[in-house]
Write a protein that binds this ligand. Structure first.
Ligand SMILES: *[C@@H]1O[C@H](CO)[C@@H](O)[C@H](O)[C@H]1NC(C)=O
Ligand SMILES: *[C@@H]1O[C@H](CO)[C@@H](O)[C@H](O)[C@H]1NC(C)=O
Ligand SMILES: *[C@@H]1O[C@H](CO)[C@@H](O)[C@H](O)[C@H]1NC(C)=O
Ligand SMILES: *[C@@H]1O[C@H](CO)[C@@H](O)[C@H](O)[C@H]1NC(C)=O
Ligand SMILES: *[C@@H]1O[C@H](CO)[C@@H](O)[C@H](O)[C@H]1NC(C)=O
Ligand SMILES: *[C@@H]1O[C@H](CO)[C@@H](O)[C@H](O)[C@H]1NC(C)=O
Length: 303
């Protein structure tokens, strides 16, 4: 089949939309090109939308398309709010038809994030953003709320237990988190609005799933330990659904070896959820320092 761009009749205007991620200073962004007031037409049936959904705003048409690997282009209709998703699109074979009520969206291949909206919803989950302690010093984790002296510290600082050779993630980077000198427990947390990118209607249709993972650990036989909890909140900040936990990892959970061990859990985002709260708790049981450690905290969403 042959499709052509009707260049004279319809000036092809391209706008690259940077979808801001309201997740603190995260520099990641998704790119999609937008053709206002236009709709592409096709001759054969391969151009029929493979899926049509109703969304409340154009952003959700964009993010739903980006979240589906087969979606190469989409139409958003301003009046009906229909979001039609197409699996076949190339610039060389597109025929654009003017339509004041349509907006065509085309995914840029280099910026696509398959099956998920963004790779990790936890800002600085790996401790690599901002300064980290190179000594036994207090350095608050960048981008996290915190209570107590929980510290972002370099691997190799002896009081913080972990170094480049201790068992743990291969992509550990330079830094991790550590309980430092807290006398009991110290915590850090993030509360994030999921609806900046995830359509609330998808959540309420129970098709959005999450995958939470982290590396948790501590020092030798020391019972100091780190645990993580994930809770979902409604728009009114009320807890909704189940709480998901990782750890705390006891010495038995790491064979009494100074190390970080991988923990993972997945589940469904509950109806009514609009925000999540990710809480890290490092608890001191013995000794003069709080020897719970954590690194590479990741939270992904899937459709
Ligand atoms: C429809 O067009 C696509 C793209 O040009 C082509 O690959 C496919 O074979 C066509 N299908 C039919 C039934 O003509
Ligand atoms: C922990 O260290 C900080 C910074 O060095 C210090 O201000 C604080 O008093 C210490 N707290 C305890 C309980 O030792
Ligand atoms: C969760 O992500 C991990 C990688 O971080 C992967 O190994 C695992 O299969 C994922 N689980 C689900 C249920 O998607
Ligand atoms: C929910 O909590 C956040 C801070 O955690 C606050 O900014 C927001 O105003 C609260 N919303 C409501 C409806 O209470
Ligand atoms: C770990 O240490 C405890 C004592 O603190 C001991 O009872 C246990 O057998 C040890 N486990 C392993 C796997 O070495
Ligand atoms: C919450 O946990 C219960 C009991 O394990 C389970 O039946 C239910 O499906 C969970 N809810 C969600 C939204 O995952």
């Amino acid at each position: 089949m042959m499709l052509k761009i009707i260049a004279g009749k319809f000036p092809l205007l391209l706008f690259y939309t940077l979808i801001p991620l309201a997740i603190q200073q995260d520099i990641r962004s998704l790119r999609i090109s937008t053709i206002p007031n236009g709709q592409f037409s096709c001759i054969n049936t391969t151009c029929l939308p493979y899926s049509t959904i109703i969304v409340s705003k154009i952003l959700y048409c964009q993010t739903n398309c980006l979240a589906n690997i087969q979606c190469q282009a989409a139409h958003f209709h301003r009046i009906t709010h229909q979001c039609q998703m197409f699996s076949y699109f190339t610039w060389s074979s597109a025929s654009m038809v003017p339509d004041m009520n349509s907006i065509t969206l085309v995914v840029s291949d280099d910026t696509r994030v398959p099956s998920i909206w963004i790779p990790n919803w936890i800002y600085n989950g790996d401790g690599e953003t901002g300064p980290c302690a190179t000594n036994y010093d207090l350095v608050h984790p960048t981008g996290w709320n915190y209570d107590g002296p929980i510290t972002q510290v370099q691997y190799g600082v002896s009081n913080a237990n972990q170094n480049m050779m201790t068992p743990g993630p291969s992509d550990r980077g330079k830094c991790h988190f550590y309980g430092f000198n807290s006398t009991s427990a110290t915590t850090m947390w993030q509360i994030v609005d999921m609806t900046t990118l995830i359509d609330p209607a998808r959540i309420n249709n129970q098709i959005v799933r999450f995958n939470l993972s982290a590396w948790l650990g501590g020092y030798a036989r020391d019972e100091d330990a780190t645990g993580i909890s994930l809770t979902f909140l409604t728009q009114a900040n009320q807890t909704v659904g189940n709480t998901t936990t990782l750890g705390p990892v006891s010495p038995a959970g790491r064979n009494n070896v100074t190390s970080l061990v991988y923990r993972q859990s997945s589940g469904q985002v509950p109806i009514g959820a609009r925000l999540f709260k990710l809480l890290v708790t490092v608890t001191r049981a013995a000794g003069s320092t709080n020897d719970g450690d954590v690194d590479n905290i990741a939270l992904r969403f899937y459709c």
